[in-house]
Write a protein that binds this ligand. Sequence first.
Ligand code: SF4
Ligand code: SF4
Length: 340
Amino acid sequence: MSRMNKLSSNIYNQYLRQDEAKLKLWRYAGLMLTYKCPAECEFCYYCCGPDKNGLMSVETAMNAWSGLIELSGENARVHITGGEPFLFFDRLLEIATEAKKEGFGCLDSIETNGWWAIDRKDITEKLRRLKSVGMDHLKISWDAFHAQFIDIERVRLLAETAEEVLGAGGVMVRWQKYLDGGMGKMNKKNRDEMYLEATKDYPCRFTGRAARGIAELVANKNIDEVTRSSCRSGFLSAKGVHVDPYGNVFSGLCSGIIIGNVSEENLAEIWRNFNPPECEFISELFGDSKRNLLVSAVESGYKVRGSYADKCHFCTDMRQFFFDSGQYRPIIGPVDCYAS
Ligand code: SF4
Ligand code: SF4
């Protein structure tokens, strides 16, 4: 099937003029093995932590994986992330093994915070096993946020050992400059300064847990500024999705806004049927402004803040309010993505 034919098999794309922006084919899927994590980073888009739950079944992973291949063929790329996927090493290995057996062959990377990296022999063994079932790259997360929870020596040991097993090109530390510079647990004042530096160095969006403390540190926009924007181009041009341990599908990095579930519908089918202007709640994010959502939230009791960091800060804050008041379920969910 040609690329154009494929694009027009999406229900939203079918009715557009040739010159209008189409919903892109999803090319990547981030499979979130779990929401559980030994860390609880202030910038976690998915609000992961020690008290969070979920463990992706092999079946859910294969549903998502095969659907992505159906959509994007050779261009499909899967990475496995969390939470911390090495908390459930056996399941991680099982999923990668099954994908290899199915001939999927596009496991791009596995992301970890290095918390588990204590013993060189154990690290070597685990990485060798994952390499033998197709893992190309190991991505190690390291910055001021992770430094509050993870010992830098573990991250260094992991990076060094991973390089021996996977080669220098097979390991990526995000961010190497913080690892080279050295960093550890900090008091609140130093921590806030480092967090501000980090958001300047590597701008991120203020969603998930980032919409709490960090967003408040940098908030300088009023409600008009953050509600007048549209997320249309973000939804249409998202290169891929994240799939959570329960099979919930999120567009790009928009955590906590469920656009489908791979346990109920194949990922390719979810893409074909995704019609943002017709979806409850999502249509309002897709529209020209978020004023209608704001009005509806305020009518239900949402208290507008004096300032916001960006549109995602407002979106997440408002969704937390809707989640707490039981509105827009099951689109706004699951519970793990929201503060309890
Ligand atoms: S950002 Fe990564 S390491 Fe930090 S809490 Fe989230 S999943 Fe865990
Ligand atoms: S405002 Fe909401 S929908 Fe738009 S990009 Fe941010 S999190 Fe996603």
